[in-house]
Ligand binder design. Structure first.
Ligand code: NDP
Length: 284
Protein backbone atom coordinates (compact mmCIF):
# COMPACT_ATOMS: atom_id res chain seq x y z
CA UNK A 1 0.00 0.00 0.00
CA UNK A 2 1.29 3.48 -0.86
CA UNK A 3 1.77 5.88 2.06
CA UNK A 4 1.31 8.83 -0.27
CA UNK A 5 -1.91 10.79 0.26
CA UNK A 6 -4.27 10.75 -2.72
CA UNK A 7 -4.03 13.72 -5.08
CA UNK A 8 -7.04 15.96 -4.47
CA UNK A 9 -8.87 18.37 -6.71
CA UNK A 10 -12.49 19.45 -7.13
CA UNK A 11 -15.02 21.78 -8.63
CA UNK A 12 -16.00 24.94 -6.76
CA UNK A 13 -19.15 26.94 -7.35
CA UNK A 14 -22.55 27.93 -5.99
CA UNK A 15 -24.77 25.97 -6.37
CA UNK A 16 -22.61 22.96 -7.16
CA UNK A 17 -24.71 19.84 -6.56
CA UNK A 18 -25.62 19.44 -10.26
CA UNK A 19 -22.09 19.77 -11.66
CA UNK A 20 -21.14 16.96 -14.04
CA UNK A 21 -17.42 17.57 -13.49
CA UNK A 22 -17.08 14.96 -10.68
CA UNK A 23 -18.48 12.30 -13.00
CA UNK A 24 -15.95 13.17 -15.70
CA UNK A 25 -12.90 13.32 -13.43
CA UNK A 26 -13.80 10.26 -11.35
CA UNK A 27 -14.24 8.25 -14.56
CA UNK A 28 -10.82 9.39 -15.79
CA UNK A 29 -9.26 8.62 -12.38
CA UNK A 30 -10.70 5.11 -12.57
CA UNK A 31 -9.45 4.59 -16.11
CA UNK A 32 -5.95 5.87 -15.28
CA UNK A 33 -5.73 3.91 -12.01
CA UNK A 34 -4.60 7.09 -10.26
CA UNK A 35 -5.07 7.43 -6.50
CA UNK A 36 -6.97 10.71 -6.62
CA UNK A 37 -10.09 12.38 -5.25
CA UNK A 38 -12.32 14.91 -6.99
CA UNK A 39 -14.85 16.73 -4.80
CA UNK A 40 -17.78 19.10 -5.11
CA UNK A 41 -16.99 22.26 -3.14
CA UNK A 42 -19.73 24.77 -2.41
CA UNK A 43 -18.41 28.32 -1.98
CA UNK A 44 -20.94 31.12 -1.41
CA UNK A 45 -20.74 34.11 -3.81
CA UNK A 46 -18.20 36.88 -3.21
CA UNK A 47 -14.45 37.22 -3.56
CA UNK A 48 -13.74 36.96 0.16
CA UNK A 49 -15.49 33.64 0.55
CA UNK A 50 -13.68 32.33 -2.52
CA UNK A 51 -10.33 33.51 -1.19
CA UNK A 52 -10.88 31.95 2.23
CA UNK A 53 -12.04 28.63 0.80
CA UNK A 54 -9.21 28.47 -1.73
CA UNK A 55 -6.60 29.30 0.95
CA UNK A 56 -8.04 26.51 3.08
CA UNK A 57 -7.97 23.99 0.22
CA UNK A 58 -4.34 24.87 -0.51
CA UNK A 59 -3.45 24.31 3.16
CA UNK A 60 -5.13 20.90 2.90
CA UNK A 61 -2.87 20.06 -0.04
CA UNK A 62 -5.30 20.29 -2.97
CA UNK A 63 -3.60 20.23 -6.38
CA UNK A 64 -6.12 22.64 -7.85
CA UNK A 65 -9.70 23.39 -8.74
CA UNK A 66 -12.21 23.68 -11.50
CA UNK A 67 -14.21 26.83 -10.96
CA UNK A 68 -17.72 27.52 -12.15
CA UNK A 69 -20.42 30.17 -11.58
CA UNK A 70 -20.24 32.58 -9.81
CA UNK A 71 -16.50 32.39 -9.19
CA UNK A 72 -14.75 32.44 -12.58
CA UNK A 73 -13.69 36.10 -12.24
CA UNK A 74 -12.76 35.51 -8.58
CA UNK A 75 -10.54 32.60 -9.64
CA UNK A 76 -8.59 34.80 -12.03
CA UNK A 77 -8.26 37.51 -9.38
CA UNK A 78 -7.02 34.94 -6.85
CA UNK A 79 -4.30 33.57 -9.13
CA UNK A 80 -0.68 34.76 -9.16
CA UNK A 81 -0.30 34.06 -12.85
CA UNK A 82 -2.45 33.53 -15.95
CA UNK A 83 -1.65 32.88 -19.60
CA UNK A 84 -2.63 35.48 -22.22
CA UNK A 85 -5.77 33.60 -23.34
CA UNK A 86 -7.06 33.50 -19.77
CA UNK A 87 -6.29 37.17 -19.13
CA UNK A 88 -8.08 38.07 -22.39
CA UNK A 89 -11.09 35.95 -21.40
CA UNK A 90 -11.20 37.86 -18.09
CA UNK A 91 -12.16 34.71 -16.18
CA UNK A 92 -10.62 31.36 -15.20
CA UNK A 93 -12.22 27.94 -14.83
CA UNK A 94 -9.13 25.98 -13.82
CA UNK A 95 -6.60 26.69 -11.07
CA UNK A 96 -3.37 24.82 -10.42
CA UNK A 97 -1.88 25.14 -6.92
CA UNK A 98 1.85 24.64 -6.36
CA UNK A 99 4.54 25.78 -3.96
CA UNK A 100 5.39 28.49 -6.51
CA UNK A 101 1.85 29.93 -6.42
CA UNK A 102 -1.48 29.68 -8.19
CA UNK A 103 -1.78 29.52 -11.97
CA UNK A 104 -5.08 30.23 -13.74
CA UNK A 105 -6.35 28.84 -17.03
CA UNK A 106 -9.52 29.30 -19.04
CA UNK A 107 -10.03 25.91 -20.63
CA UNK A 108 -13.53 26.89 -21.86
CA UNK A 109 -11.58 28.57 -24.67
CA UNK A 110 -9.66 25.46 -25.79
CA UNK A 111 -12.69 23.27 -24.93
CA UNK A 112 -14.91 25.20 -27.32
CA UNK A 113 -12.24 25.23 -30.05
CA UNK A 114 -11.65 21.47 -29.80
CA UNK A 115 -15.33 20.59 -29.82
CA UNK A 116 -15.98 22.87 -32.79
CA UNK A 117 -13.22 21.05 -34.68
CA UNK A 118 -14.60 17.68 -33.59
CA UNK A 119 -17.95 18.74 -35.09
CA UNK A 120 -16.18 19.18 -38.44
CA UNK A 121 -16.09 22.97 -38.55
CA UNK A 122 -13.23 24.48 -40.52
CA UNK A 123 -12.40 27.96 -39.28
CA UNK A 124 -10.38 30.38 -41.42
CA UNK A 125 -9.78 34.02 -42.23
CA UNK A 126 -12.87 33.78 -44.50
CA UNK A 127 -15.15 32.44 -41.73
CA UNK A 128 -17.95 34.58 -40.39
CA UNK A 129 -19.29 33.73 -36.95
CA UNK A 130 -22.28 35.05 -35.03
CA UNK A 131 -22.07 34.58 -31.26
CA UNK A 132 -25.26 35.13 -29.26
CA UNK A 133 -24.57 36.32 -25.73
CA UNK A 134 -21.94 38.37 -23.93
CA UNK A 135 -21.62 36.65 -20.56
CA UNK A 136 -18.58 34.74 -19.30
CA UNK A 137 -19.09 31.84 -21.70
CA UNK A 138 -19.53 34.11 -24.75
CA UNK A 139 -16.26 35.82 -23.90
CA UNK A 140 -14.51 32.43 -23.97
CA UNK A 141 -16.22 31.45 -27.23
CA UNK A 142 -15.20 34.72 -28.88
CA UNK A 143 -11.59 34.26 -27.67
CA UNK A 144 -11.57 30.70 -29.05
CA UNK A 145 -12.89 31.79 -32.46
CA UNK A 146 -10.25 34.51 -32.54
CA UNK A 147 -7.50 31.99 -31.61
CA UNK A 148 -8.73 29.73 -34.45
CA UNK A 149 -8.26 32.61 -36.91
CA UNK A 150 -11.94 33.36 -37.58
CA UNK A 151 -12.02 36.40 -39.90
CA UNK A 152 -15.23 37.95 -38.58
CA UNK A 153 -16.85 37.48 -35.16
CA UNK A 154 -20.16 39.25 -34.60
CA UNK A 155 -21.50 39.45 -31.06
CA UNK A 156 -25.22 39.98 -30.47
CA UNK A 157 -26.47 40.45 -26.94
CA UNK A 158 -29.59 41.75 -25.25
CA UNK A 159 -27.39 44.20 -23.34
CA UNK A 160 -25.33 45.64 -26.18
CA UNK A 161 -22.75 47.31 -23.91
CA UNK A 162 -21.57 43.92 -22.71
CA UNK A 163 -21.02 42.77 -26.30
CA UNK A 164 -19.14 46.02 -26.99
CA UNK A 165 -16.87 45.41 -24.01
CA UNK A 166 -15.91 41.96 -25.35
CA UNK A 167 -15.51 43.23 -28.92
CA UNK A 168 -13.10 45.90 -27.71
CA UNK A 169 -10.63 43.21 -26.63
CA UNK A 170 -10.92 40.95 -29.70
CA UNK A 171 -9.49 42.33 -32.97
CA UNK A 172 -11.86 40.63 -35.45
CA UNK A 173 -15.01 41.17 -33.35
CA UNK A 174 -17.90 43.56 -34.00
CA UNK A 175 -21.32 43.91 -32.37
CA UNK A 176 -24.88 43.56 -33.56
CA UNK A 177 -28.15 44.66 -31.97
CA UNK A 178 -29.97 41.68 -30.41
CA UNK A 179 -33.08 42.14 -32.59
CA UNK A 180 -30.94 42.07 -35.78
CA UNK A 181 -29.83 38.44 -35.23
CA UNK A 182 -32.20 36.85 -37.80
CA UNK A 183 -31.31 39.41 -40.46
CA UNK A 184 -27.57 38.72 -40.09
CA UNK A 185 -27.71 34.95 -40.72
CA UNK A 186 -27.48 35.03 -44.55
CA UNK A 187 -23.68 34.89 -44.70
CA UNK A 188 -22.86 33.24 -41.38
CA UNK A 189 -20.73 30.04 -41.32
CA UNK A 190 -20.77 29.46 -37.56
CA UNK A 191 -23.67 30.31 -35.27
CA UNK A 192 -23.10 29.89 -31.53
CA UNK A 193 -25.65 30.18 -28.75
CA UNK A 194 -23.65 31.29 -25.72
CA UNK A 195 -26.64 32.71 -23.85
CA UNK A 196 -28.51 30.75 -21.20
CA UNK A 197 -31.64 30.85 -23.40
CA UNK A 198 -32.95 27.41 -24.28
CA UNK A 199 -31.65 25.90 -21.04
CA UNK A 200 -34.19 23.88 -19.01
CA UNK A 201 -36.16 26.33 -16.91
CA UNK A 202 -35.07 29.35 -19.00
CA UNK A 203 -36.92 31.09 -21.81
CA UNK A 204 -36.48 29.71 -25.34
CA UNK A 205 -34.04 31.23 -27.79
CA UNK A 206 -36.06 32.83 -30.55
CA UNK A 207 -34.28 32.67 -33.89
CA UNK A 208 -35.19 31.55 -37.41
CA UNK A 209 -32.47 29.49 -39.09
CA UNK A 210 -34.05 29.60 -42.57
CA UNK A 211 -31.54 32.12 -43.94
CA UNK A 212 -28.40 30.26 -42.74
CA UNK A 213 -26.26 28.79 -45.57
CA UNK A 214 -26.53 24.98 -45.79
CA UNK A 215 -22.81 24.66 -45.02
CA UNK A 216 -23.13 26.47 -41.68
CA UNK A 217 -22.38 24.88 -38.31
CA UNK A 218 -24.73 25.57 -35.39
CA UNK A 219 -23.24 25.26 -31.90
CA UNK A 220 -25.11 25.44 -28.61
CA UNK A 221 -23.06 25.44 -25.43
CA UNK A 222 -26.15 24.84 -23.28
CA UNK A 223 -26.24 21.12 -22.37
CA UNK A 224 -29.45 20.80 -20.33
CA UNK A 225 -31.30 19.67 -22.36
CA UNK A 226 -28.62 18.03 -24.46
CA UNK A 227 -30.51 18.56 -27.69
CA UNK A 228 -31.75 22.12 -27.34
CA UNK A 229 -34.57 23.46 -29.52
CA UNK A 230 -31.87 25.34 -31.47
CA UNK A 231 -29.96 22.13 -32.26
CA UNK A 232 -33.15 20.25 -33.13
CA UNK A 233 -34.09 23.07 -35.50
CA UNK A 234 -30.59 23.06 -37.03
CA UNK A 235 -30.85 19.29 -37.65
CA UNK A 236 -34.24 19.86 -39.31
CA UNK A 237 -32.51 22.32 -41.63
CA UNK A 238 -29.81 19.73 -42.43
CA UNK A 239 -27.09 21.77 -40.71
CA UNK A 240 -24.04 20.43 -38.86
CA UNK A 241 -24.32 20.82 -35.07
CA UNK A 242 -22.13 20.91 -31.96
CA UNK A 243 -23.61 20.43 -28.49
CA UNK A 244 -22.56 21.71 -25.07
CA UNK A 245 -21.55 18.32 -23.72
CA UNK A 246 -18.71 18.10 -26.19
CA UNK A 247 -17.34 21.42 -24.89
CA UNK A 248 -17.83 20.33 -21.28
CA UNK A 249 -15.75 17.17 -21.78
CA UNK A 250 -12.97 18.95 -23.67
CA UNK A 251 -12.69 21.79 -21.14
CA UNK A 252 -12.15 19.25 -18.35
CA UNK A 253 -9.12 17.52 -19.89
CA UNK A 254 -6.30 20.07 -19.27
CA UNK A 255 -7.04 20.31 -15.52
CA UNK A 256 -7.05 16.54 -15.14
CA UNK A 257 -3.67 16.28 -16.85
CA UNK A 258 -2.11 19.07 -14.77
CA UNK A 259 -3.33 17.75 -11.39
CA UNK A 260 -3.23 14.00 -11.87
CA UNK A 261 -0.40 13.70 -14.41
CA UNK A 262 -2.21 11.57 -16.99
CA UNK A 263 -3.63 12.67 -20.33
CA UNK A 264 -7.34 11.74 -20.36
CA UNK A 265 -9.35 10.73 -23.40
CA UNK A 266 -12.63 12.32 -24.49
CA UNK A 267 -14.58 9.51 -26.12
CA UNK A 268 -18.05 8.12 -26.76
CA UNK A 269 -17.99 6.04 -23.57
CA UNK A 270 -17.49 9.17 -21.45
CA UNK A 271 -20.21 10.93 -23.36
CA UNK A 272 -22.60 8.01 -22.77
CA UNK A 273 -21.93 8.21 -19.04
CA UNK A 274 -22.84 11.90 -19.00
CA UNK A 275 -25.89 11.43 -21.21
CA UNK A 276 -27.16 8.72 -18.84
CA UNK A 277 -26.65 11.03 -15.85
CA UNK A 278 -28.48 13.86 -17.61
CA UNK A 279 -31.35 11.55 -18.59
CA UNK A 280 -31.75 10.37 -15.00
CA UNK A 281 -31.74 13.90 -13.72
CA UNK A 282 -34.93 14.91 -15.57
CA UNK A 283 -35.98 18.49 -16.14
CA UNK A 284 -34.21 21.14 -14.01
P1 NDP B 1 -23.92 34.51 -17.91
O1 NDP B 1 -24.97 34.65 -16.86
O2 NDP B 1 -22.59 35.16 -17.72
O3 NDP B 1 -24.53 35.09 -19.30
C1 NDP B 1 -25.85 34.83 -19.71
C2 NDP B 1 -26.08 35.35 -21.14
O4 NDP B 1 -27.41 35.01 -21.53
C3 NDP B 1 -25.96 36.87 -21.27
O5 NDP B 1 -25.47 37.19 -22.53
C4 NDP B 1 -27.42 37.31 -21.13
O6 NDP B 1 -27.71 38.55 -21.73
C5 NDP B 1 -28.11 36.21 -21.90
N1 NDP B 1 -29.53 36.13 -21.52
C6 NDP B 1 -30.05 35.63 -20.36
N2 NDP B 1 -31.39 35.76 -20.36
C7 NDP B 1 -31.73 36.36 -21.54
C8 NDP B 1 -32.96 36.76 -22.15
N3 NDP B 1 -34.15 36.57 -21.51
N4 NDP B 1 -32.93 37.32 -23.37
C9 NDP B 1 -31.75 37.51 -24.02
N5 NDP B 1 -30.55 37.15 -23.50
C10 NDP B 1 -30.54 36.59 -22.28
O7 NDP B 1 -23.77 32.95 -18.16
P2 NDP B 1 -22.54 32.17 -18.83
O8 NDP B 1 -22.03 32.99 -19.95
O9 NDP B 1 -21.60 31.73 -17.80
O10 NDP B 1 -23.27 30.83 -19.37
C11 NDP B 1 -24.19 30.87 -20.44
C12 NDP B 1 -24.62 29.44 -20.75
O11 NDP B 1 -23.51 28.66 -21.19
C13 NDP B 1 -25.21 28.68 -19.55
O12 NDP B 1 -26.33 27.96 -20.00
C14 NDP B 1 -24.10 27.72 -19.14
O13 NDP B 1 -24.60 26.54 -18.56
C15 NDP B 1 -23.45 27.42 -20.49
N6 NDP B 1 -22.05 27.00 -20.37
C16 NDP B 1 -21.67 25.82 -20.94
C17 NDP B 1 -20.37 25.41 -20.88
C18 NDP B 1 -19.98 24.11 -21.50
O14 NDP B 1 -18.89 23.60 -21.21
N7 NDP B 1 -20.81 23.54 -22.35
C19 NDP B 1 -19.32 26.20 -20.21
C20 NDP B 1 -19.82 27.46 -19.65
C21 NDP B 1 -21.14 27.82 -19.74
P3 NDP B 1 -27.51 39.94 -20.90
O15 NDP B 1 -26.05 40.22 -20.92
O16 NDP B 1 -28.33 40.93 -21.63
O17 NDP B 1 -28.03 39.66 -19.49
Amino acid sequence: MSDQAPIRAGVAGFPIQHSLSPLIHREWLKRAGVDGRYDRIEIPPGYESFQQAADDLRRKGYAGLNVTLPHKENALRYADEADSTTSRAGAANTLVFSAAGVKAYNTDVSGFALSLKAAGAVVSEQSRALVLGAGGAARGVAAALSDLGCGSIMLANRTLEKAEAIAASIPSATTLAWDRRDAALGDIDILVNATSLGMSGERPLEISLSALPKSAVVADIVYTPLKTALLADAEQHGLQTMDGLSMLMHQAAPGFEMWFGEQPVVDDALRELLVTALNHRGPA
